[in-house]
Design a protein around this ligand. Structure first.
Ligand SMILES: [Zn+2]
Length: 491
């Protein structure tokens, strides 16, 4: 017999979260009371109809109030007018969000539950299962195909590994990406001692078993003839990487190709990704335990990359003079989203200051609107107005975080242009088609997510002007007069 917990999940699965007293009456009272105490049932308005229990026909009958809120009845064609106890008209709605919260608690997930699709899909946290971290979701089928949930998950977390616990999914998990696993919540959970319990061992087993069966034979991803590493762009996720070759996107799941995501080459790959492709040798040797020299670590990473992506040439080049290693392809981390620009901010809200130690302080003013009283001294009146209060958020960056170094490990002309801009208080005397300035402007747009230009060119003065506030703690000796050669003198 299904437990009351399973019955509630069945109702959610059917897309009908409302329960009436007549059906609940037949359920186990003790179980019901315990679930009630978990706060996942909300009493709603009294029913407006009941199922007749008098004539054996079980027809639906409308409720008539003899004395509103006190005495009610319904009509039956064979049995006449039947009085009904008000208790029989009580109804409850299952709080699906609360169910998501209880499931999250049973997984010991501490992050907040986030609604992805209202009343249908929740991100309940992240946890390690079957040897890798997975984002965990709770989904209610009720007409929503599991493929839609899968797509919503993907657009939320990208192609990383996910565990989706569902009720009511006529789950045909074919066509679901290999990194996503769908399990039926009703069969692996129960309510017990005032909480929801999920059979974690079962989940662990299922996800561990699934790894070898879905393992593909190790095979490099195909690329068009003549492709070089420069045509490759890689985004590194926790358990996989997304490889774009000449516009074609392919995924390499580390576990599926038999590579431990915790291994040294993957750790190094992630380090390169965090630095957007270039690392000094000492950063490489300091990263993990062990005394493996940087040269060996890089060689192992090269072998791994060549085994996965069928391209000739060196994917990671060494610059002996600069003592750096650079990826010959574009690489970044999946969660490298740049600056957390507050909603509604524009360039005017940005302050960038170069500290004496070369670090950059980036601050934005976040506006908060609220009603307040203001005094107008011109006519001695006090008015109620919408007042804006502001809060300043300050973050510290290295210049490399904002404008990554070139593959040779050198500061780029864009980065130099940014430094020059800060040291000159936001004015740069350069040509209107100066490539370094134009490309810096594009980089700043990408980094902040702001659509408008951070730099404007003034034809009349032949000067680039920053739309954000620029300052520096490092003194600059400015050469007087225009200089057309794009070189700024830095002290
Ligand atoms: Zn009847």
């Amino acid at each position: 017999m299904r437990t009351v917990w399973q019955r509630l999940l069945d109702r959610l699965a059917a897309g009908d979260g409302t329960l009436c007293a007549d059906e609940v009456r037949r359920w186990d009272r003790v179980q019901w009371d315990k679930l009630f105490a978990l706060g996942l049932l909300r009493e709603i308005e009294l029913a407006e109809s009941v199922i007749c229990d008098q004539c054996g026909d079980a027809h639906c009958a409308e409720i008539y109030w003899v004395t509103p809120g006190v005495k009610a009845c319904f009509g039956c064609e064979t049995e006449g007018v039947i009085d009904i106890e008000i208790d029989r008209l009580r109804q409850w709605r299952i709080d699906a969000g609360r169910v998501a919260g209880l499931v999250a608690a049973s997984f010991e997930l501490s992050s907040p539950v986030v609604v992805l699709v209202r009343e249908r899909l929740w991100h309940i946290g992240r946890r390690r299962f079957g040897g890798r971290y997975r984002d965990v979701f709770f989904g209610i089928g009720a007409g929503m195909p599991v493929s839609d949930m899968s797509a919503a998950i993907r657009s939320s977390i990208g192609p990383g590994p996910a565990l989706l616990l569902t009720v009511g999914c006529d789950g045909n998990p074919d066509g679901i990406p290999s990194g996503q696993h769908v399990l039926d919540l009703a069969s692996l959970s129960r309510a017990e001692d005032g909480r929801v319990v999920v059979d974690l061992d079962y989940v662990e087993d299922r996800l561990t078993d699934s790894a070898p069966s879905s393992r593909k034979p190790v095979q490099s991803i195909p690329v068009p003839a003549g492709t070089s590493w420069r045509d490759v762009s890689i985004i590194v996720f926790d358990g996989m990487m997304q490889v774009t070759v000449r516009g074609k996107v392919q995924e390499i799941d580390f576990a599926e190709v038999g590579v431990d995501p915790q291994s040294q080459p993957i750790a190094l790959l992630k380090l390169f990704a965090a630095a957007r492709g270039t690392l000094p040798s000492d950063r490489i040797s300091n990263t993990q335990d062990g005394s493996t020299p940087p040269k060996t670590r890089v060689r192992r990473l090269r072998t791994l990359l060549r085994s996965q992506i069928d391209i000739d040439g060196d994917p990671v080049t060494n610059h002996k003079k600069a003592d750096t290693y650079s990826c010959a392809f574009e690489i970044r981390l999946a969660d490298d989203d740049g600056y957390p620009t507050p909603a509604g901010a524009s360039w005017i809200d940005f302050n960038v200051h170069e500290r004496a130690d070369g670090r950059l302080l980036v601050s934005t003013v976040e506006k908060q609107r609220g009603r307040g009283l203001t005094f107008d001294p011109t006519d001695d009146t006090v008015r109620a107005e919408v007042a804006e209060t502001t809060r300043e958020a300050i973050r510290t960056y290295s210049i490399d975080d904002i404008v990554p170094r070139s593959s040779s490990g050198k500061m780029t002309t864009e980065a130099s242009a940014l430094v020059a801009l800060l040291r000159s208080g936001g004015r740069l005397q350069r040509a209107g088609d100066d490539m370094a300035v134009l490309s810096l402007a594009r980089r700043l747009r990408e980094w902040t997510g702001l659509a408008e230009d951070s730099l404007r060119f003034s034809e009349s003065t032949s000067t680039w002007l920053a739309s954000f506030s620029c300052s520096s703690g490092i003194a600059k000796k400015q050469r007087s007069g225009p200089n057309g050669n794009g070189e700024d003198v830095l002290a």
